[in-house]
Design a protein around this ligand. Structure first.
Ligand code: GRF
Length: 217
């Protein structure tokens, strides 16, 4: 059973979807600690309500970025963490953390990478006028929203959509593919080959017949 540490900054709805997947046995893992850089993050309440240990590590308390990272690593290692999950963690993690957890940090980004990296990917996509938006789960490397991609999902942008409606549609998808990717990791089904993540032991034959087209005829 993989020991998971989840880093959050906000509402923690992705954290909630991971908690549910652990509870139902879809993820063969255990969340040993939830860390937030914001003491007000509602995700801390979600964790505590589910009996999960919580810690606050405020980035503002550290003069140097490295010292913030060092403290994150210390707390994660104290929790015996094997997989670090960034679930709406609004800080860039540094080399120190990545070196402590090589190929063991994953992130969710609310856009189809490599398009629209950085903050507010949904708004960037909306403003650009894309017809298909979506989300990406990926391994984290030293560049922002850049590491090898595990799963992506696309959602249509509808004519009357507001930014918030699109955001909500994407978030629903995040709640599906994030636990799915974590489950695959915990089952030992992910292998990184350069930029590519190979998912072993699944039947992909159906996929080659599928396509999501934004304008059904
Ligand atoms: C999600 O949209 C995530 O992709 C982005 O921040 C949001 C976090 O939402 N990085 P929540 O805290 O999981 O509800």
């Amino acid at each position: 059973m993989t020991k998971i540490g989840v880093l959050i900054s906000g509402s923690g709805s992705n954290l909630q979807s991971i908690i549910e997947a652990v509870k139902s046995g879809r993820i063969d893992g255990e969340i040993t600690v939830v860390i937030s850089n914001d003491p007000e993050a509602y995700g801390l309440t979600r964790a505590a309500d589910n009996g999960i240990a919580t810690r606050v590590v405020k980035h503002g308390d550290y003069l140097k970025r490295q010292d913030f990272d060092k403290e994150l690593v210390r707390v994660l290692q104290a929790g015996g963490v094997e997989l670090v999950v960034l679930a709406g963690f609004m800080r860039v993690v540094g080399t120190l953390l990545l070196e402590a957890f090589p190929d063991r940090v994953i992130n969710i980004h609310p856009a189809i990478l490599p398009a629209f990296p950085g903050t507010d990917g949904q708004a960037q996509a909306f403003n650009y006028g894309v017809k298909l938006a979506g989300c990406t789960v990926h391994f984290v490397d030293e560049k922002v929203d850049h590491g090898p991609i595990i799963i992506q999902a696309a959602v249509p942008v509808l004519a009357g959509d507001s930014k918030d409606e699109l955001k909500a549609r994407i978030l629903k998808c995040e709640h599906k593919i994030f636990p799915q990717a974590i489950a695959l990791y915990c089952a030992g089904k992910l292998r990184i080959e350069g930029r590519r993540v190979v998912i072993t032991g699944i039947d992909e034959t159906l996929l080659s017949e599928q396509a999501l087209i934004s304008c059904p005829l």
